[in-house]
Ligand binder design. Structure first.
Ligand code: IMP
Ligand code: MG
Length: 427
């Protein structure tokens, strides 16, 4: 069997958690392959909202094996709290959760490094979630990081001390001192807890599963425009958020990739700094933020809001080889008489293009919009595709024609039942 991959096509927060939850029942394994506690995947069912940060979204289905892959950066402290929260809601994740021994560990000092590095950037700051993501990936690539498998070694404490010493020097370089307080003790308690769980060689587990005809879903975090290579650098996260990241983040060969689900919102949001060509700084943006409850599920920060942007979506679709599109949160746009869609940009030189310039952060990019009629119907009450209003179908057809990939799921409300499946037609 193949590995299907679910990817965010914008700047994260597209609603990936919801789609994994809907698709999960047909899979045997759900695996996370990059990112860490910077992610916040929201799932809502039976009237309760669940936010997952590091644990894969298949965890609510006992028959699914959930894997935290080697490409992830794992914070044991956050992880322990997450497991406890699940336990409090009657979900025992300890049996169907597997963690790769090659997963990188986020130390308390990584979070401190994240903070001092952001402070030093001043107005040029990335707007990081300050969860220690960047510094942990730096240590991984710098070949000095610690991994989950290391906690099983007798000299783990020594290795930890050595790495923290390096961090201390870096923090001092920034003119601050490394004071971790009680965080170290909490970290070691969380590591103790981690030792009791299923720590595995997940690359073998996944490849064995594929050989045995099992279905695997890889769950992306963040979004394609936050990818370290192709995103709006330097305002990106530190991992490969694209489909390619699933190969290295799980140990899956490219030829095993099957369907690629590209998730996007019917509009667009971004948290943190960096370019956002269709951002709305007016009351329309405020209205989207309010109706869509666009506040970060990890940091609580208000999200920047804007119209949907086709050049960036085309770019993400190209880089990921998307085979199916899933459009989320269309109900948020219900109030508008007309809805704008950015099809091209006008650059400072006067050139009109639907391609992204290299210097997205300094280039003047004026979005060129087409305006479509709104649907003005409360989509929350709709539970079949046949009942969707014509103006809404026209909006989807317009996007499909530009993006050249079919929209197979339209989500029109937060609940599981508001997830409408459309036939996969060729475009
Ligand atoms: P970091 O990954 O915490 O270092 O943050 C880098 C950038 O990515 C910042 O702009 C964050 O706001 C953004 N970011 C990181 N994770 C997410 C996410 O899961 N959703 C949306 N934005 C994110
Ligand atoms: Mg999120």
């Amino acid at each position: 069997m193949a590995v299907d991959i679910l990817i965010g096509l914008q700047w994260g927060d597209e609603g990936k958690g919801k789609i994994v939850d809907v698709l999960a029942p047909t899979y045997d394994i759900v695996a996370r392959f990059q990112g860490g506690p910077n992610a916040g995947h929201t799932l809502e069912f039976e009237g309760t909202k669940h936010v997952l940060h590091q644990i894969p979204s298949g965890i609510f289905h006992p028959h699914i094996q959930n894997i935290i892959g080697n490409g992830v950066v794992l914070d044991p402290i956050v992880f322990r709290i997450e497991m406890q929260k699940l336990q409090d809601r009657g979900v025992d994740a300890s049996q169907n959760l597997f963690i790769s021994k090659k997963t990188s560990l986020i130390l308390p000092s990584h979070k401190m490094l994240d903070r001092v590095s952001e402070e030093a950037l001043g107005t040029g700051k990335i707007g990081s979630t300050l969860k220690g993501i960047g510094p942990t990936y730096q240590d991984k690539i710098g070949r000095v990081g610690l991994r989950v498998g290391d906690i099983l070694a007798d000299d783990f404490q020594d290795r930890y001390n050595k790495l923290v010493d390096r961090h201390r020097k870096t923090v001092e370089f920034y003119g601050q001192s490394l004071d971790l307080g009680e965080q170290e003790q909490i970290f070691f308690e969380a590591v103790e807890y981690l030792r009791t769980l299923k720590l595995v060689d997940s690359e073998y587990m996944i490849n064995d599963a594929l050989k045995n005809g099992k279905r695997v879903l890889a769950e992306g975090a963040q979004g394609s425009l936050l990818d370290v290579d192709f995103g709006t650098y330097p305002f990106v996260t530190s991992s490969t958020t694209l489909v390619a990241g699933a190969c290295t983040g799980l140990g899956v060969a490219p030829r095993h990739i099957g369907e690629v689900y590209g998730i996007f919102k019917a509009y667009c949001t971004r948290v943190g700094s960096g370019p956002f060509p269709t951002e709305l700084l007016d009351e329309v943006g405020d209205q989207i933020r309010k109706s869509g409850n666009e506040f970060g599920s990890t940091t609580g920060r208000p999200r920047r809001c804007g119209w949907v942007d086709l050049p960036t979506l085309k770019y993400s679709i190209m880089l990921n080889g998307v085979t199916q599109l899933n459009m989320m949160k269309a109900d948020v746009l219900t109030e508008f008489d007309t809805i704008k869609v950015c099809t091209h940009y006008k650059l400072a030189s006067g050139e009109i293009t639907d391609r992204l310039p290299h210097s997205l952060d300094t280039e003047t990019m004026e979005p060129i919009y087409e305006e479509l009629l709104g649907w003005k119907v409360d989509l929350n009450q709709i539970d079949t595709v046949e009942a969707l209003p014509e103006a809404f179908n026209n909006y989807m057809t317009f996007l499909e024609q530009h993006l050249e990939v079919p929209i197979t799921i339209a989500s029109v409300g937060p609940d599981r039942k508001s997830t409408l499946r459309r036939e996969k037609v060729s475009i």
